[in-house]
Write a protein that binds this ligand. Sequence first.
Ligand code: LMR
Length: 320
Amino acid sequence: MARPKIALIGAGQIGGTLAHLAAIKELGDVVLFDIAEGTPQGKALDIAESGPAEGFDGSFKGTNDYADIAGADVCIVTAGVPRKPGMSRDDLLGINLKVMKSVGEGIAAHAPDAFVICITNPLDAMVWALQQFSGLPAQKVVGMAGVLDSARFRHFLSLEFGVSMRDVNAFVLGGHGDTMVPLARYSTVGGIPLPDLVQMGWTTQEKLDAIIQRTRDGGAEIVGLLKTGSAFYAPATSAIEMAEAYLKDQKRVLPCAAYVKGALGLDGLYVGVPTVIGAKGIEKVIDIKLNKDEQAMFDKSVDAVKGLVEACKGIDSTLA
Ligand code: LMR
């Protein structure tokens, strides 16, 4: 059986990390694309040369030609510009929208059957634009955000409770911006919901609120530390988790920026929701029930995403 083909669009920090993770996990043959000459070629060769020591086989190609992504099973898009300290993700909208146009056209022309995972910011609006520009089915074009935000939430919770992150489950919904919605009621330690842990006295509401805010600010915290770029290890790992769920038909329940029509009272919008990812792409959006406060936070986040989508339409008149 032929090995899956994984095309990585963008060979920056996240693209290189994605390629290395895909190699170590032997997910398939990797094509690393970038418009910068030499960068994808150099990174692909470097990763291939790490194979003998690490013990993986595979083909690693760096390219500046979209034709080389032909027939890819998965495309992970990181192309575009990261933010700098003091910027919000939304400040990248104009510049990254142009990038999504050329990436969408490249994918449509050469890899129309791929499962496409977008990482470029501002995430929810860029996934929407990528789906519009590529014309691929909505259930095959998704954004990586919920997995990353939930991973950050889980990490901070595991530190607070002093337990393995394996026993911490957490859900973050909504847009991948300042209005994201970490859901305490649906997040558990050893199966016990966070509000119950507060009742039991294992932590306080104040500490939980601080963790929730740190989760919302998780991307900015890393940008502030790195100064010249944004996070790349956790975003890459999160996208690889989604790619693996698709390639191996794992039916994983993962929060991601999916197209939602019908569930959660939404009438056609890309936003972070719990989904089931399997061989058909987004196989299900889980119609999670929210209480009044959660719904108010989610509505605010939805409005923020809708505002960014409208801004995209204002910039590019081909977007409907
Ligand atoms: C992240 O959350 O790490 C990414 O969205 C990058 C950023 O600018 O915060």
